[in-house]
Design a protein around this ligand. Structure first.
Ligand code: BES
Ligand code: MN
Ligand code: ZN
Length: 494
């Protein structure tokens, strides 16, 4: 069990004892709050003994001397001042949250000598804590003997406490969205089918999001043969969720986000090998990021009009499942020869993207999808693949990726790649084979976006199973929520 953190900001330390976390720059300078927490000047001695210099995320853990108002003092290194990045405040918060042990109270001192810590940076420390605190343990019936307290009361000491408290409201909205996305990716596929996922979209109504759920009959009437073809082998019917957040001016053209929501991907008739197939419960990581983003935008009352669309299906093999060789007609009218039923994500997105473009004529359309294993081969789980028909949009996304640490790497598109998916029997085929697998998948999607400024993020390597960080220990990472929230702030609210 991990702890929940209740966070407040104050100009000075509270009276209650507990854990003191003191941030420190690399070098000889004193850490923040040393005067208050360490009247015995123990830190200097302890640092010398253990050759502690304040390297980034390095920790010096000492039992407080009896003159100290605290029980324990932990010094947390920030590294060099001129090398500090926005993301480091999130990391510091996450690291601090991991240090509580049995403490029920924690005071984090931010007034580092020689450094002017802003309200936003203070709020980022708090955000790092809320993100670190997330763990998926709903299905663990035996609570282990880790005695972490259920609640930890945190005070963050900073001169900018009033502005920090205001910025923290935004941070809570971000944490809520990221942790929602993580939870949906972690949930088992028997519990989270297309209808249950749609219910989670519906729940955003409490935040003021307008939500419509299209059942299969309506999708049939719209001609969504590509999406429905994927769903037809499953006992659980498909859904299309349409979410609208209207925080901008009335009539302003919306920005839009489309997510692949394959609640489980067996591969269908082109069935996947058994080993590791359980990971395919995370094949809705794109849809999870979109719902998480919509949560964040609504919770922080973002001044933007945003649309979120989720294509929700399960890819199963049964007597009614689609076959390799089948030809389906998409909502766009374009026909698709099914070569491999495991290339299902692009079929779902073909109709979801077309629907989004036709109905909303959005300023931009960004889709997120755990689309190809090939992107893992190319980029591992350290960058998501970025494909775009719009250089400005791509540049903004790359910048937001650097700022949030949710990194992207731009991949090519082009006519010669597009040719690979032409079909002998239909307008296109759903697989171009092994070579350039991520690129031909992107070319496929591009045939359904028209002239809209569009970007496709292949998050197969980053939505799940990515390396743990100071502020993420969860299998489902929530990748994409902070990235796209940053993009919206930079490009549409500024
Ligand atoms: N959901 C998978 C892609 C995937 C693989 C996501 C590993 C996360 C981790 C997707 O539907 C898929 O099966 N893609 C195939 C496409 C191929 C059949 C053209 C792939 O990547 O092998
Ligand atoms: Mn597949
Ligand atoms: Zn898939």
């Amino acid at each position: 069990m991990s702890s929940q953190f209740t966070i407040r900001f104050a100009p000075s330390a509270p009276q209650e004892a507990g854990l003191a976390v003191l941030l420190k720059l690399k070098g000889d300078g004193a850490p923040a709050g040393a005067a208050t927490a360490d009247p015995g000047a123990v830190i200097g001695k302890a640092s010398a003994v253990s050759a502690y210099s304040g390297k980034q995320m390095a920790v010096l853990d000492i039992l407080a001397p009896h003159q100290s108002p605290f029980d324990r003092i932990v010094v947390l290194g920030l590294g060099k001042a001129d090398e500090l990045k926005a993301l480091d405040w999130l990391r510091a918060g996450g690291k601090a949250a991991s240090l509580t042990k049995r403490a029920e109270r924690m005071t984090v001192f931010l007034d580092v000598p020689g450094l002017d810590v802003s309200a936003e940076q203070a709020a980022d420390v708090a955000l790092g804590m809320l993100l670190r605190a997330y763990s998926f343990d709903a299905y663990k019936t035996k609570k282990d003997d880790d005695k972490a307290p259920a609640q930890v009361a945190v005070t963050i000491v900073t001169a900018a406490h009033e502005q920090a408290a205001a910025a923290f409201e935004q941070a809570q909205a971000v944490a809520g969205g990221v942790n929602l996305a993580r939870e949906l990716v972690n949930l088992p596929p028997n519990v989270l089918g297309p209808e249950e996922f749609a219910d989670r979209a519906r729940a955003l109504e409490t935040l003021g999001v307008e939500v419509e759920i299209l059942p299969e009959k309506e999708m049939q009437e719209l001609g969504m043969g590509a999406l429905l073809g994927v769903a037809q082998g499953s006992a659980r019917p498909a859904r299309l969720a349409v979410m609208q957040w209207k925080g901008g001016t009335e009539g302003e053209t919306p920005v839009s986000f489309v997510g692949k929501g394959v609640v489980f991907d067996t591969g269908g008739i082109s069935i996947k090998p058994g080993a590791g197939m359980e990971d395919m419960k995370g094949d809705m990581g794109g849809a999870a990021a979109v719902i998480g983003l919509m949560h964040t935008l609504a919770a922080r009352k973002a001044k933007v009009n945003a649309v979120g669309i989720l294509g929700l299906v399960e890819n199963m093999p049964d007597g009614n499942a689609q076959r390799p060789g089948d030809i389906v007609t998409s909502m766009s009218g374009q026909t698709i020869e099914i070569i491999n039923t495991d290339a299902e994500g692009r079929l779902v997105l073909a109709d979801a993207l077309w629907y989004c473009k036709e109905r909303f004529k959005p300023r931009i359309m960004i889709n997120l999808a755990t689309l190809t294993g090939a992107i893992l081969v190319a980029l591992g789980n350290l960058h998501a693949g970025l494909f775009s028909n719009d250089d400005e949009l791509a540049e903004s996304l790359l910048a937001a990726g650097e700022e949030t640490g949710e990194k992207l790497w731009r991949m090519p598109l082009g006519k010669d790649y597009d040719k690979i998916i032409d079909s002998k029997f239909a307008d296109m085929k759903n697989s171009g084979g092994r070579l350039a697998g991520s690129i031909t998948a992107a070319q496929f999607l591009k045939r359904f976006v028209g002239e809209t400024a569009w970007a496709h993020l292949d998050v197969a390597g980053t939505a799940m199973n990515s390396p743990a960080t100071e502020f993420n220990q969860s299998w489902g990472s929530g990748y994409g929520v902070r990235l796209l929230d940053q993009l919206v702030r930079d490009r549409y609210e500024a």
